[in-house]
Design a protein around this ligand. Structure first.
Ligand SMILES: *Cc1c(COP(=O)(O)O)cnc(C)c1O
Length: 446
């Protein structure tokens, strides 16, 4: 062994180094050891032999890669309000606080406090959903996909489901309606053409094997031009006449008319219920602004059938989710309280406020410019609908390199890269994160 080889540091000197030691809590002692040993092995084979500082930097890099795989808080400067990759809807603080006592302790999740007997977890939010949507009954499962699966499994196993050809959707994450249908043992009967579907198409497809007529929300695309669709109320009336339940996969599940927030009209849960749809399914973490969940509302008789399906046990929802969902639904009761739900708070921020915030960044940062930009609702809701917004633009030598450095902050900062610029839409950045973001940008933009 020559002198240079002997100069490699001992493992404990690496692990105790102030750059490395802080990783121990997150990654664990074993991972630190493994990273140090792997790096020392590499260093032994390298010429020239790396310096101590280089070894530390490389071990730090290995641990950084490891720790980036953990869940971290992120500052979302993309302007996409419901960003599925960033956890979709942020939850209202009040909803989270209310849920924390339930989650950290015991609760009456399946216990009837009056009768002292076993109760049903699924009834927890029924009163709220009845009040808000006008539906008779409700059921909550893990997510929207589970809600659709439960409905199809309950009604359509070995039977036929009529779906309009213009609604055979694929949403992100591998959810394709035709495949979910096949999976649940149902036979898909497509009707109409890609752009035009009439009630007559549905009527002609009816057979003794028809279990359901299904409507699905084309969440993430829009067909324009020479189009025709069957209205929800027409379909529900038709289903009633021929004795076939009409179900709707509403997807984003708005509980309020989004025109109140300056967006295009989006069919609401209330619209579907008052149209007479038998069962309506939607997500908890899209336009509802709550936790990941799949909500089903409908008539007592139909929800009762879903409740008796043994599959429900595999899709059942957790107490923390139910607690957050209940609090979020309470906040939906008035426009004032709805403003506590981050999604609606972000929608309501005025251009003046955004401009003033952006100006502060521009004043404090070399080369930063205030720019107008378009944000999006995201999460497969209101495709193509732009939300006029304001933020800042930076034009560094390499936009991708700056974006990568910003992702290394904790909380990580996620910006948009476009045309050689890094764009920060301030609508999706919480106001209380401005100080952190500004400080991080001043450090990083050099
Ligand atoms: C988002 C969506 C789903 C899936 O809901 P998840 O909660 O993501 O499982 C199903 N159908 C439609 C129409 C959707 O938009």
């Amino acid at each position: 062994m020559n002198d240079e080889r002997r100069a490699l540091p001992a493992v404990h000197r690496i692990l105790d180094h102030p750059t490395i030691a802080p990783y121990e809590y997150l990654a664990g002692r074993v991972a630190l050891h493994d990273a140090a040993n792997a790096e020392l092995e590499r260093a032994r084979a390298a010429t020239p032999v790396p310096s101590f500082d280089e070894v530390i930097a490389h071990v730090g890099e290995r641990l950084e890669v490891l720790s980036a795989q953990e869940l971290h808080r992120v500052i979302n400067a993309t302007g996409i309000l419901l960003h599925t990759n960033l956890g979709r809807a942020p939850v209202a603080k009040r909803a989270f606080e209310g849920a924390s006592a339930i989650g950290a302790g015991y609760s009456n999740l399946e216990f009837d406090l009056i009768g002292g007997e076993r109760g049903s977890r699924y009834d927890r939010v029924t009163a709220l959903l009845r009040e808000i949507t006008g539906a008779q009954d409700s059921l909550v499962v893990n997510n929207g996909a589970a809600a659709v699966l439960l409905i199809l499994d309950t009604y359509a196993r070995g039977r036929e489901v009529i779906v309009s050809r213009n609604q055979l959707i694929e949403i992100g994450g591998g959810f394709r309606l035709p495949e979910v249908l096949a999976r649940s043992g149902a036979k898909l009967v497509e009707v109409g053409t890609t752009n035009r579907v009439y009630l007559n198409d549905v009527a002609n497809a009816l057979s003794p094997q028809t279990a359901l007529i299904m409507r699905s929300h084309p969440s993430n695309y829009r067909i324009e031009g020479f189009v025709h669709d069957v209205r929800g109320d027409e379909l529900a009336q038709f289903g009633g006449r021929v004795g076939v339940p009409v179900v709707e996969d509403l997807g984003s599940g708005a509980l309020v008319d989004l025109r109140e927030y300056g967006l295009a009209h989006e069919r609401t849960v209330q619209n579907a219920v008052s149209d007479g749809i038998s069962l309506v399914a939607f997500s908890g973490d899209k336009l509802l602004g709550g936790p990941q969940a799949g909500v089903i509302v409908g008539t007592c008789a139909h929800v009762a059938r879903l409740r008796s399906n043994p599959l429900l046990r595999a899709l059942r929802v957790d107490k923390i989710t139910l607690a957050i969902l209940a609090e979020t639904l309470r906040l939906h009761r008035t426009r004032e309280s709805r403003a506590e739900i981050p999604f609606y708070a972000m929608l309501a921020v005025s251009p003046e406020v955004l401009r003033a915030r952006a100006q502060r960044y521009a004043d404090a940062l070399d080369g930063a410019r205030v720019v107008e930009m378009d944000g999006f609702v995201g999460g497969g809701s209101l495709p193509g609908e732009r939300i006029a917004s304001i933020g800042i633009a930076l034009q560094p030598p390499s936009a991708d390199a700056l974006a990568a450095r910003l992702r290394r902050n904790r909380p990580a900062i996620i910006a948009r890269v476009h045309d050689g610029r890094v764009l920060f839409d301030l609508r999706t950045v919480a106001r209380e994160d401005d100080e952190f973001l500004l400080a991080a940008l001043r450090r990083t933009v050099k």
